[in-house]
Design a protein around this ligand. Sequence first.
Ligand code: SF4
Length: 472
Amino acid sequence: MGEKSLKMIDFESLEKQNAALKALQGWGAGKSYHIVTYGCQMNTHDSEILAGLLEKAGLMAEEDIKKADLVLFNTCCVRENAELKVFGNVGALKPLKRKRPELIVAVCGCMMQQKGTAEELKRKFPFVDLIFGTHNVHEFPSMLLECLSEQRGILEVWDSDGWVLEGMPARRENGAAAWVTVMYGCNNFCSYCIVPYVRGRERSRTMDAVLAEAAELAAGGVKEITLLGQNVNSYGKDLPDGPSFARLLQRVSEVPGIERVRFMTSHPKDLTEELMDAIAGAPHIANQLHLPVQSGSNAVLRAMNRVYTREAYLELIDRMRQRVPDIDITTDLMVGFPGETEADFCETLDLAERVRFASAFTFVYSKRPGTRAASAENQVPEDVKNDRIRRLVDLQNRITYEENQKLLGTSQKVLVERGSKRGENFYMGRSEGGRTVNLQGTPDILGRIVTVKIVRAGKNSLTGKIEKETWT
Ligand code: SF4
């Protein structure tokens, strides 16, 4: 997509939407909303934007779905399970809607962008008031207003994806750490993935827009930013001056007040030397790299259209670790891709053992209609998939535990993100490498970076004792 076809839309300039938000305020005052979010961090951040819009319309967040005046499902279609859950959970609201007909039920997100799904949802659950997709989120206020004033259901899903939206309000849950989307869409067409079909082609925000958002977040007390994109390290390729992702990362890490910058999700083919140098050299870029490999078998990688080999991936890991020996590397691993043999799967186990990922998201392949892999005839039987995922999870759990154990007695800088369910004076934060650290302290450590000594290391988290605080 070139300069001419990329359109920036500033939400503040959308008169119809801003007028709708104003008009909704009378209705919204004293009302509450509940958002159910499925899927990845990008969807979670989209929900923060939807919450921001609802709060501008006067509504307040409500934890109990049964008490909310508006329930919004922000859906994901990357895996079949998430889809089935959406249908189940929307259906479960039927009795509540019957009891309280004024309740507004809305459904949006990636799943609605799939051909025919929005119509199917409307057919199965006619009580749903509002359905929209990922490309018309900014029209949420006017659609909601129309739905309320005309007392009718609205179904509006756009195909088009040729713009980048700026200036949307967001209600961020975590005061110390924030997500910032830097690009939308994906051009890669991995053969199992529905994302390029529902999120469209790659569109990058300008560096100025990202930096302005980072500065605004820092002014509000945010210390850590995670740059988000479906294929984040191909950032900038569609912009006229073609700024590299490494440059963007570096510039964001230099914003006064920002102590840590992370990013996800990156593709191995776009992990450049410049990016590795930036991670190694810039003090505020976290020593962490999430680099999805998916499979350790070249045959499977080829069939997945991942455009790298196992050897190339391992070489990238070596080159990264030569620069930053203690970097935390995490990944995504998939089992049961069509045609995956036992030997292919053992190559995945072997790769996991060699790289020793700090942690991994592990998945069972599920057919996504419309993707190339869905029509493959050599699908792997369910019992084989289940056996493989169990073996992979066992292996990764052991590796994660062993890698956590290596941190015993070390000092780690932890950004304290929230109170813990364990009780008063218990907090939870993240190390620079992204590992969960539990610690005890007083309420003033919330939102601060503290240095802790690791005194316990389990499979899922570490426990730290505060050594000293580092004010920033
Ligand atoms: S890189 Fe591949 S897996 Fe990731 S979003 Fe794009 S198509 Fe999907």
